[in-house]
Each structure stands twice: as C-alpha cells, then as structure tokens.
Write a protein that binds this ligand. Sequence first.
Ligand SMILES: N[C@@H](CCC(=O)N[C@@H](CS)C(=O)NCC(=O)O)C(=O)O
Length: 203
Amino acid sequence: MKLYGMTDSGNCYKPRLLLAKLGQPFVHVETSSRDGTTRKADFLAKNPNGKVPLLELDDGRFIAESNAILLYLAEGSRFLPEGRYDRAIVHQWLFFEQYSHEPNIAVRRSLVKYPERAAMATPERLHATLAGGTQALGVMDRQLAQTPFIAGNAVTVADIALYAYTHDADAGGFDLGAFPAVTRWLERMQTDPGHVPLHWTGE
Ligand SMILES: N[C@@H](CCC(=O)N[C@@H](CS)C(=O)NCC(=O)O)C(=O)O
C-alpha cells in the first residue's frame, strides 16, 4: 500500500499510527498540501478533493478522508469493535473529531504554526478556534474521566483519530494542563503497543 501524506499533518499521522500498531508495511509518499502539490491535476485524478492523507491499495484503488482510511485498515483488528452499538460509539467520536475537534484544534495549530497561513490568522478566527477547541477538549475530558479510552475500555480508531491533533494541541495555543483526564489518556496512548511519534513515516 502507498500512503500519500505530509509528515507534519495530524490527519496524515492517523493512518501511519494505526499501520504501525498493526505492524503493516506501507510506502510513505511525501505529498505537501502547503506547496500546491495536492491541487495539481495528477493528484486531483487520485483524490478529487485534493487533500491528504490518501491511501492507494495494492490493486490501484484509492481511499481519502483520514477516518475512512482508519475504518478500512482497522477491519478485523482490536481497534474496531464488532457489536453494532459499540461500533456506533466509535463512529460517534470519529464524527465528533471531524466536526468539533479538528476544525478548531488542527486549524488553529496550522494558523499559528505555518507562516503561509499568517494572513488568515485574524483575531476573530484565532478567538473562535480557541473557544471551539477548548470546548472540544472539555467534552473529551468529561468522557475520559469516566472511561480509560474515548469509546470505552479499549483503544479504538476513535482514540487514534483524536490523539493525532490533541497530543500537539499546545502548538496551537491550547492549555492541556486544564484537562487532567485528557492528559492521563495521552500518556495511556503513548504506552499502547506499537506507538510511534508524529513524524514517523515507516522507516
Ligand atoms: N477531512 C480530511 C481533512 C484532510 C485535510 O484537511 N488535509 C490537509 C492536510 S492536514 C490537506 O490536504 N489540505 C490541502 C488543501 O486543503 O489544499 C481528513 O480527515 O482526511
């Protein structure tokens, strides 16, 4: 399998982290969303949405959207429960990640971290993403005060999806110290077998 992605992107880290945990080999193809590569015709032919991560299967088919890639890769593994209800709870947190968490925490991190985004980092946008991200961390903290992992007692793809940007939230100006249950969960995630850091690309 080939995984098109950018090393510093949390969305691209999600499938890399799962592949590491599964012990599944893959070829990392560095594809920057910051230099226009993802908007070129040859990449748009692979993913019409022009975004990474993008997984290319051995038979040449593609899957985009980080959480869809996670669900595909996790099938039959310890990271995806079988039962209908348990699986729905995993989906619940994956949708939460995409609607309430990533658009605030990942977006604020990119506005603060990447110089080419500086012009978009208006005070209004910084304020709105700080408020939204802080709220999302509060939601996670309430859940993680009750269960060791976000969807219950075991690590699932929902934890992997939420870990990707939460662990680096301080780079976006978020104070993780205010969320003790999230902080303990981050430590649990780092000791789960097969853990690799953000910039690991399979080497
Ligand atoms: N919902 C998508 C978001 C992917 C995304 O925003 N990727 C960024 C890099 S982190 C990207 O490729 N941006 C390129 C662009 O928007 O032009 C996912 O979860 O995969």
